[in-house]
Design a protein. Structure first.
Length: 174
């Protein structure tokens, strides 16, 4: 066994050395979807540990199915101003909660972007990961909360099967 720049290579003949600077930037950008529940905090904590190790930046993604686009609001004949104000309140509250989680896991020294999106989590997570070109998705298990999860699969399963990059799944034990 040979050690090259703090990178262990078990079979030097079969491998080429990975430069230390490339090894240290293996995960430049980490996507961490969060529903702001306790289980998602575990994923944020793990993403923070990885970001500290590799000098990565983190994007926290919070998704809301209930957000409507302009056409949907018009069809429901809902007051646009009331809906916009509600969405603004949700966005501000979500960012505050995400910031609080970052503080709780001591990640103030990491570059963190906060995204709030409309859509279904299983599709939106993969779309955002593709759009941002992330190197890793860190997600917690969402559990099998009901019979639909057994039939249709969980959000985590959908992300694992559709993502272009590695997905690190953090188990949640109730």
């Amino acid at each position: 066994m040979t050690i090259i720049n703090k990178c262990t290579i078990s079979n030097p003949a079969a491998s080429t050395a990975i430069p230390a600077e490339r090894m240290n930037r293996m995960f430049k950008h980490i996507l961490c979807p969060t529903d702001l529940k306790e289980r998602a905090e575990l994923a944020v904590k793990k993403a923070t540990q990885i970001a500290h190790q590799f000098g990565s930046k983190i994007t926290l993604l919070n998704i809301h199915k209930e957000f409507m686009d302009e056409k949907e609001r018009e069809m429901l004949r809902v007051s646009v101003n009331k809906i916009k104000e509600k969405y603004k309140r949700i966005a501000v509250d979500s960012k505050k909660e995400m910031s609080a989680v970052i503080s709780k896991v001591h990640a103030e020294d990491i570059e963190v972007n906060y995204l709030l999106h409309r859509g279904t989590p299983e599709k939106t997570i993969v779309e955002v990961a593709n759009d941002l070109g992330v190197d890793l998705i860190v997600i917690s298990t969402d559990g099998r909360d009901n019979i639909v999860d057994f039939v249709a699969g969980t959000i985590t399963e959908h992300v694992i099967n559709a993502a272009h990059c590695p997905v690190l799944v953090i188990p949640y034990k109730k």
